[in-house]
Design a protein around this ligand. Structure first.
Ligand code: GAL
Length: 736
């Protein structure tokens, strides 16, 4: 067995040697139809996607180590343009966005790096990773043969390539990067963009090639990519995948070992057996580069979640959980599989391949050489019946929907359906918030008034698009108007229609309810009986985005916000307010005053109290708390709260919303037991019906100091802050 880390391992030594002998440890990366060839040697790549801004730098070394211990030899990440270029030409690479630091940690671990530069990433990341300001550049249309788009896209990707070159991070310069990606799943959308789409795909590919980075470029799902670009597969299964031309290796950029969640939806669950089955089938059929998307999903801190409605947690049911701990049995089962594949690596990459039918849905793929060495993968792709097969005069038991790995064509070292790894019990141990060791907390409370909190930003006789107004500088947009009535009406009803995503409605400064869409249908209607008084009545509507669209053709044009407001039942007629005079205010006042910044009172009158108000909308809560005990990762338990945002010491925890998971259709039940056999789809084995889609919100340990930590909560619709807890994630090993 070859060492996957040859040539770039032991970076401390590598750096010294390179200094002395001028880059002699650099690596040449090429490929043929079988595999990548690194410095003349074939390498089988088992890669783990870990998106650097979805955790914190303090977690990076252990995440990378846990991936390596799990049997991976590469780390993969997208590059997140909107994090790196928050405004045109101003670049940011600090904190969670320290890309160079992240790649150097991968290098120090002796692992390879796969860099998916984008610029569009999808990834359930806000606006697909593209800065929102770009949408407002005159004449721009994303992802097509459009001058402004190509200009900005080329600037950014070239900036990243130059940075990687400067830091010597490409393999030929001594770094860990062995593969790069330009664009993302463009082939899916190319058709929708017509001829311009075709020209753009070719242009993007040629631009990438001309960067001359010395490692292969790939473009996933790009069947018409030019010869120098490798088209790759993204899916739950890629065993049937054939790359664009016969001289290319089979690369699976995204094997989804779980799935993401949206607020209000149930929990998708992809069992370890099925993930292992898909991986084993890929290698059985000659695959040689495989990446788990995600291996660690992590957290959509702040307002980075895409959408709409993607949760703050991006756990993804990945082999490493959101909090950075190995997930059992998935992590362990896949580790065993990686070991079995590694034992077969030499034959998989060099042996002669033959396929033998062992019966219906039963087959063996055998890799042999002239010395008599042999490795085989036996599979049963039937989804019902376990079978016994005869292979090379021996009989083997093959459970339905499983693959056995025989690195010597005799002994089964692994079967995907037989989980022998440990399992574990995961608990979120609640811990009361404490202040200087005591449970009696002194809170600071500030409640905003609904509606305009200063001069209107603009006034219009129409309902404007929410995103065009805020340009996503905030989730919040106030739509305010008033009506004057002489009669109060018998039973007036307020009707609102919205393109999405969510709305809190206030009548005469009183909260009257929330309207919301969901991840599948962002648009919604809101209907509520109201009481009017004679004279002036204020209508204040707080419209909210919950993460911007992150994928799809022309996704950047998807709007949000109110489209119709009317009052019915007023003097037997309908009062249409859609073209009334609306005064708009961007954001809520506390955002404007920077109340989430540590030590900033915002010059507002905070009320000091040990009994913070409950069920009070538009309320800011501040409290100084101690670090939780122990050293386990920490989740903020927001079960008692409504919807809002949270920060610790000025760091953005993100949006919280313990919204309960509902069924979309009558038959959308949750499952008690998941029969993984047969093709997986995200709605196959759902759990968590009636539970909040997300109750706990990851607060990285590195954000805490021993005491005096400033927790700031902005609650939009009303909750009970005394129920907030910090829970410690405790994992106890069990042997199955
Ligand atoms: C893919 C996309 C990824 C991610 C994934 C779902 O189509 O390339 O970025 O969005 O779907 O998690």
């Amino acid at each position: 067995m070859k060492s996957a880390t040859a040539n770039i391992a032991f970076p401390a030594m590598a750096v010294t040697l390179m200094f002395l002998w001028g880059g002699c440890l650099t690596a040449n990366v090429s490929y043929d139809h079988r595999s990548l060839i690194i410095d003349g040697r074939r390498e089988l790549i088992i890669s783990a996607a870990i998106h650097y801004p979805r955790s914190v730098p303090a977690m990076w070394p252990s995440l990378v180590r846990t991936a390596k211990e799990g049997g991976c030899n590469a780390i993969e990440s997208y590059v997140f343009w909107n994090g790196h270029e928050p405004s045109p030409g101003e670049y940011y690479f600090g904190g969670r966005y320290d890309l160079v630091k992240f790649i150097k940690i991968v290098q120090q671990a002796g692992m390879y790096m796969i860099l998916r530069i984008g610029p569009v990433v999808a990834a359930e990341w806000n606006f697909g990773g593209v800065p929102v300001w770009l949408h407002y550049v005159p004449g721009i249309v994303f992802r097509t043969d459009n001058g402004p788009w190509k200009h900005y896209m080329q600037n950014f990707t070239t900036y990243i390539v130059n940075l990687m070159k400067k830091e010597k991070l490409f393999a030929p310069l001594g770094g860990p990067i062995i593969l790069s990606q330009v664009e993302n799943e463009y082939g899916y959308y190319e058709g929708a963009y017509g001829e311009g789409g075709k020209r753009y795909a070719q242009w993007a590919a040629n631009m990438a090639i001309s960067q001359n980075i010395g490692v292969p470029w790939m473009m996933c799902q790009q069947w018409d990519a030019p010869p120098a670009i490798i088209s790759t597969c993204n899916s739950f299964y890629c065993d049937q995948f054939t790359p664009n031309t016969p001289d290319k290796p089979k690369i699976w950029t995204e094997n989804w070992p779980g799935w993401f969640k949206t607020f209000g939806a149930r929990d998708p669950h992809r069992p370890a057996e099925d993930v292992a089955f898909s991986v084993a089938r890929f290698f059985q059929k000659g695959g040689s580069v495989h990446n788990y998307y995600m291996y660690h999903g992590g957290t959509n801190f702040g307002r980075t979640a895409g959408g709409p409605f993607i949760t703050t947690s991006y756990d993804y049911e990945a082999p490493i959980d959101e909090y950075g701990l190995p997930r059992f049995p998935k992590w362990g089962h896949l580790k065993e599989l990686h070991r079995a594949i590694k034992l077969s690596e030499h034959m998989l990459l060099t042996g002669e391949h033959s396929n033998v039918s062992l019966g219906p849905s039963l087959e063996a793929d055998v890799y042999t050489d002239s010395s008599g060495a042999c490795a085989a993968f036996l599979s049963n792709t039937g989804n019902k019946t376990d079978m016994t097969v005869v292979f090379r005069n021996a009989s083997y038991h093959l459970p339905a929907w499983s693959v056995s790995v025989l690195p010597d064509c005799k002994n089964v070292v692994f079967n995907t359906a037989k989980v022998t790894s440990q399992t574990s019990k995961v608990e979120m141990l609640p811990e009361d918030l404490k202040q200087n060791g005591k449970k009696d907390l002194e809170w600071q409370v500030f409640t905003e008034k609904p509606g305009l909190w200063g001069e209107a930003d603009f006034v219009k006789n129409e309902l404007v698009d929410h995103i065009n107004a805020t340009k996503d500088t905030t989730d919040y947009l106030w739509y305010t108007t008033s009506i004057t009535v002489s009669e109060t009406g018998r039973s007036p009803v307020l009707f609102i229609e919205s393109k999405g995503h969510t709305l809190h409605a206030f009548m005469n400064k009183e909260f009257i309810g929330t309207g919301t869409g969901n991840g599948t249908h962002p648009t919604f209607k809101f209907k509520k009986s109201i009481t009017l008084k004679r004279g002036r009545n204020d209508i204040d509507l707080l419209s909210m985005t919950v993460g911007l669209q992150n994928a799809g053709s022309f996704y950047e044009w998807v709007g949000a916000g109110l489209t119709s407001v009317r009052i019915e039942g007023l003097n037997n007629s309908t009062l249409n307010l859609s073209e009334s005079s609306w005064s708009y205010k961007l954001g809520v006042q506390g955002e404007h005053l920077g109340l989430s910044k540590p030590g900033n009172s915002g010059a507002v009158n905070w009320t000091l109290t040990t009994k913070p108000p409950k069920k009070q909308p538009l309320t800011w809560y501040k409290v100084l708390i101690d670090q939780p005990s122990g050293n386990e990762p920490v989740g903020l338990d927001m079960l008692g709260m409504g919807k809002g945002m949270a920060w610790l010491n000025g760091e953005e925890i993100g949006r919280y919303w313990p919204r309960k998971a509902r069924k979309n259709y009558p038959n959308d039940e949750c499952v008690k037991e998941c029969d993984y056999r047969g093709k997986f789809m995200p709605d196959k084995c759902l759990t968590g019906c009636g539970e909040p889609s997300q109750r706990w919100y990851h607060v990285p340990r590195s954000w805490f100091k021993p005491s005096g930590n400033e927790l700031v909560i902005f609650e939009e619709r009303g909750g009970d802050p005394t129920k907030i807890k910090l829970s410690r994630r405790k994992v106890t090993a069990e042997t199955s």
